[in-house]
Ligand binder design. Structure first.
Ligand SMILES: *Cc1c(COP(=O)(O)O)cnc(C)c1O
Length: 378
């Protein structure tokens, strides 16, 4: 079954009694026991709630994994996964990482004895050379932020398997609609569902999918023990968002391609990063492995003065962090999303004071171009 069909089916047959087409929001903390030593399958909502479970089963189905888990945010999901490791363990990580993940690793988990090193995971040789005796996992973003580097998940997974490492993929920017890392050999996917999966800039949520049932048991133990679960209302909102994932992304990608091409021809733009452009280093790999190129793009303007001008003068496009929703957003990574990254690292990566990032929404592409055009004109 195509993923778009599968997404629409999420929760459809839950309520056999009334035939409700959407899963009910089970706004309950606890569940009555039918008898001593008996359970309906639900005891307490931290351990399991039907609305959340519908979402968890839904994302597991879309990603072709054994089991899914829903958390109160993407960061809570990543936190839960890091609890699989012990002091002294080393994890190899994508270098132009989401700023919040970098902060979590460096400022929270490092003090508990986890060790991280950061490298260009689009360079397989670099990953191979980065493995140490205490390395336990590779944490890779399938498409990075903000420069949209593409990692070869199939090759990294193969390397991980041969060295006994877990391959964890943050697939937030591609979603299972564009790429299914577990099918390419990864062990675990993690999502900020706040972004494309929920898709409407209205909910903060995180999801994890685990391929192996035994490993999934461990993750369930951690989810229930730590308790950063997603509530039933927010679970319902993420399900509703996921039903339109395919149509939203088709439109968003088409818009992103148009905008990237328009920006490329703009004399006030020095450089465009979008994997849908043939000159982007990740273009061919994504073309071969994925359904599309996503809807994030970054560009450098020719003059720093244009940064503030664009952020403030765009009218349809909002100056805001986050991404993946139906509304087009523009942000300035150096001072916003990537402020916690060391300045020398930012400089090396190319996150500079003329770089802007767009999360392209579902508006009409010509209206977006017109908006940018008038903002560039000043
Ligand atoms: C936003 C984001 C996160 C964090 O998710 P939250 O839902 O904001 O906690 C993690 N990884 C990536 C790639 C993201 O874009």
């Amino acid at each position: 079954m195509n993923i778009s069909t599968q997404a629409v089916q999420i929760g459809l047959n839950w309520d056999q009694r009334t035939g409700a087409v959407t899963v009910p929001i089970y706004q309950t903390a606890t569940f009555k026991h039918p008898g001593l030593g008996q359970s309906t399958g639900y005891d307490y909502s931290r351990s399991g709630n039907p609305t959340r479970q519908t979402l968890e089963e839904g994302i597991a189905a879309l990603d072709h994994g054994a089991r899914g888990f829903a958390y109160s945010s993407g960061m809570a999901a990543i936190t839960n996964l890091l609890l699989l490791f012990r002091p002294g363990d080393h994890i190899l990580v994508t270098e132009d990482l989401y700023g919040g993940t970098y902060r979590l690793f460096e400022q929270v988990f490092q003090q508990f004895g986890l060790e991280f090193s950061y490298l260009d995971t689009s360079d397989l040789e670099a990953v191979r050379n980065g493995i140490k005796a205490n390395t336990r996992a590779v944490f890779v973003e399938s498409l990075t932020n903000p420069l949209l580097k593409v990692a070869d998940i199939r090759e990294i997974s193969r390397l991980c398997r041969s060295r006994g490492l877990l391959c964890i993929v943050d697939n937030t920017f591609l979603t299972p609609y564009l790429l299914r890392p577990l099918e390419q050999g990864a062990d675990i996917t993690v999502y900020s569902a706040t972004k494309y999966l929920a898709g409407h800039n209205d909910t903060v949520a995180g999801l994890v999918v685990v391929k192996d049932p035994q490993l999934a048991e461990k993750v369930y133990f951690l989810q229930n023990s730590v308790g950063a679960v997603l509530g039933p209302q927010d679970s319902w909102l993420v399900i509703r968002g996921m039903k339109t994932l395919g149509v939203r992304l088709d439109r968003q990608q088409a818009n992103a391609q148009k905008l990237a091409e328009w920006l490329k021809d703009n004399p006030q733009v020095a450089r465009v990063y979008y994997p849908g452009l043939a000159e982007h280093p990740g273009h061919w790999l994504l073309k071969e492995r994925a359904r599309g190129f996503g809807a994030m793009l970054a560009f450098e303007v020719t003059d720093h003065g244009l940064v503030e001008q664009l952020l403030l003068k765009t009218r349809l496009i909002s100056f805001a962090e986050s991404l993946g929703g139906v509304e087009t957003l523009i942000t300035f990574p150096e001072q916003q999303t990537h402020a916690d990254i060391k300045p020398e690292t930012r400089a090396r990566l190319g996150i500079n004071n003329v770089l802007l990032r767009l999360s392209v929404g579902i508006e009409d592409a010509d209206d977006l171009i017109e908006d940018l055009n008038q903002a560039f004109a000043g």
